[in-house]
Structure formats: C-alpha cells, structure tokens
Design a protein around this ligand. Structure first.
Ligand SMILES: *Cc1c(COP(=O)(O)O)cnc(C)c1O
Length: 390
C-alpha cells in the first residue's frame, strides 16, 4: 500500500504550497513519535492530565434492556468530556517539539476546539479556533469556555457557516503560516499524514479496550460499536482489533431526520467516493460532485466526509456502516439516562441507538462494547427542548 493510502482512499489532494508543510509534518511524526522521550511525555500527559486509562464499565441495567452484555468505554471521563483530548495532546506535543509557536484548528460542537486550547496551554502554544458562525451560535457554552482558556475565535461566514467551511478556511490559513503554526486536525480526515497521526493518537482507546476486556472476560468482545463522522473515536477503538476477524465492528453515522440527502449526514448510505479537504473519501455530494452539506442534530457528526481509513474498511466489508435517526438518538439518550444515570453526548447516543434498535445483530451470549465517546452536558438544552418543548 502506498503511503497515506487506504485502498484507493486518502492521498494528498492539496495545492503545491501546502506540500512542504505536509512533508515536514510527516517527517517530524516519523522521527519524533517513536522516541522514548515523546512516548514517556505523551503517556504521562494522558494519564495524569487526561485521566487515562478510562474505565471499561459493565452497564448491567442497560444490558438487561437489550438482552446481552454491554460494556461502555468511558471516554466521557477523559478530561474535557470526550475522546478529543487523546489527539490534541499528541499533536500539541508534536508541534512543540517541531518548534511551532501556534496552533490553529476548526471546531463544530466546540469539543475539539476546547481540547485544542487545553493542549495548547499545556504545551505553551497560542491557539486560534476557526468556527462557522452558525456553530458559534449553537454552541455558546463551549465558545465561552474556549475564550476563558485564552483561545482566539475566528468566525467563518463563508459557505454555510459550518464545520466544512471552517476546515477549508483553516487549510487556507495554514498555507500562509505553516513555518510557525501547526494545523491541529480534529478528526481522522484531511491530507496524509493527518489521518494516520490522528488514528495513532486515538488508538489508545482500542488498546485499553483490548487489555481491559481480556482482564474482565478473558476473551475479546463480539462487537464494538462507535459513532462517527470523520471517524477518529471509531478508528481509535477499532484499530487494535482490525486483524481480529471475529470481532465485528460497527460505524454509526448521523441518519438525520430520514434517509434523504436534504435531511441526513449518512455519507455511507447517500454519498460516494470524492475529494474533500485534501483526501479521497466517502463523501456526500450532488450529481456534479459538489459537496452537499450534511444534516443531523449532533453537531459533531455534521460533516459530509468519512475518513479514508474508515471509508476503506467499510468498502472491504471489515467495518459495517450503519446509521441512527435523530428520533432514535433522543430515545437512546433517555434510556441511557434512566438505566445507568449517564447523559451521553448526542453523537455517542447514535451508537447506543443502534444497539437498542438492532437486536437481530446480537445474541444473548454476546459481549458488546459501545465506545462512549463523550458526555452530554453540551447538549442538555437541545435534549430538553426535544422532550419538553421550548
Ligand atoms: C467530535 C465528536 C464525535 C465525532 O468525531 P469523530 O472524529 O468522528 O470521532 C463523536 N462523539 C463526540 C462526543 C464528539 O465530541
């Protein structure tokens, strides 16, 4: 397999001026990541600042509801409330060792922006966050937190004023300042080497799942379920299991209101391969190849592309692409709240909803791991509005 390719997916579809920055980043990652010094500092940050390892929790009450044994990988307990920090700590540390002074990135729900400024502060790097104007309105509480932590917020008005537009603007900015600035990519997307770097840092999730389930059950799980758009929490959970063919892997994307291109984010159902943000991947597009905006109530799943590795794993049948509709997702939030006293992020609730609504996929003697990618504090208003109006 050629560098940065997953089957036909991936690659570096970028303008000439970005190539130098990508080559520098690839070389730095290959040189710095394997060193003992980097490994020691990264592991220490994940443990003492982030709170790793996160628990693998046997959700007994939820298991009773579905009729098989369910474990939750508690990424909601990682500092910041989602899996995002695994990646931002890794990249910020790398940027610091590359001599960069500043981080730029984009964010939708604000979880990645928040995790970036946290990591930036630890590593002594300035942080600037590009955010669609629509997302700034929708995610006021995370915007306040990012400002409090000292991040500069750059409002993006182009396009539809959402995540895909912010990514385009960040890539444009990076082309002009990559000598001093690292683009801290938020998911397993973008041109090579980003998808590989992000998957590497996030695979702490899957490595822990493997070790923890062997300790608790003395065998591997039958299935792992993860939600996703770009796919960083999913590929992080899946990667150490890809060669364990007996472990079924499910990727749950945002079905939105229904499976209609106007109302959905289900790129594996409604999209086809195309180039977005420097990479060939599965992507929502119209008949002319123009990117279609995605639609889902979960801001973190509202991206029209699927990372190249997940795109490939779905194409070859190793990962099953699935979706959950908004209505099912809100019901799943309620059931998780009532059975386990945990409020999942709307993104995470897609994985929970899939398990609840597809009993035919699992039998009573099976062990299923749901990657609990984040907590729902950021979504409380949306959830309450859904159930109780106004
Ligand atoms: C950002 C986010 C996601 C989606 O991002 P991926 O890169 O596709 O994993 C999922 N869950 C939560 C809680 C998030 O914050």
């Amino acid at each position: 397999m050629s560098k940065g390719r997953f089957g036909k997916y991936g690659g570096q579809y970028v303008s000439e001026i970005l190539m130098q920055a990508l080559i520098e980043l690839e070389e730095a990652f290959e040189k710095i990541y394997p060193t003992q010094e980097f490994q020691r500092e990264f592991t220490e940050l994940l443990r003492d600042y982030g709170g790793r390892p996160t628990p693998l929790y046997h959700a007994k009450n939820f298991s009773k509801v579905v009729g098989f044994k369910v474990y939750l990988k508690r990424e909601d307990l990682l500092c910041g409330g989602s899996h995002k920090l695994n990646n931002t700590l890794g990249q910020a540390l790398l940027a610091k060792k590359m001599g960069k002074k500043r981080l730029i990135t984009e964010t939708a729900a604000g979880q990645h922006g928040l995790a970036t400024v946290m990591a930036g502060n630890i590593c002594g790097l300035e942080t600037e966050i590009f955010m669609g104007v629509k997302d700034i309105q929708r995610q006021a509480s995370n915007v306040k937190k990012m400002k409090l932590l000292g991040a500069k917020i750059r409002p993006i008005k182009t396009g539809s004023g959402v995540l895909k537009d912010a990514v385009s603007e960040t890539l444009r900015e990076w082309a002009s300042c990559s000598r001093t600035t690292h683009y801290l990519m938020g998911s397993a997307v973008g041109p090579h080497p980003f998808p590989t770097i992000v998957a590497t840092f996030q695979s702490a999730i899957g490595q822990e799942i493997k070790q923890q389930i062997l300790e608790k059950e003395d065998r591997l799980p039958d299935a792992i379920i993860a939600c996703g758009s770009g796919g960083s929490n999913a590929i992080g959970a899946f990667k150490p299991f890809i060669d364990n063919a007996e472990v079924r892997l499910y990727f749950v994307e945002g079905g939105g209101e229904d499976l209609n291109a106007e109302n959905s984010a289900a790129a594996f159902q409604l999209g086809r391969p195309g180039v977005l943000h420097g990479s060939l991947m599965q992507v929502l597009q119209d008949e002319h190849g123009q990117i279609r905006p995605s639609k889902t109530r979960a801001a973190g799943l509202n991206y029209p592309g699927r990372g190249p590795e997940i795109s490939h794993l779905c194409e070859i049948g190793r990962v099953k692409p699935c979706y959950a509709f908004d209505n099912e997702v809100f019901e799943a939030v309620k059931i998780m709240c009532r059975t386990e006293g945990l409020i999942p992020a709307l993104e995470t609730a897609h994985a929970i909803a899939y398990v609840l609504n597809h009993p035919e996929e699992f039998s009573s003697d099976e062990i299923v791991v749901i990657n609990f990618s984040g907590r729902g504090d950021k979504d409380i208003e949306t959830i309450l509005r859904h159930f109780y109006g106004a």
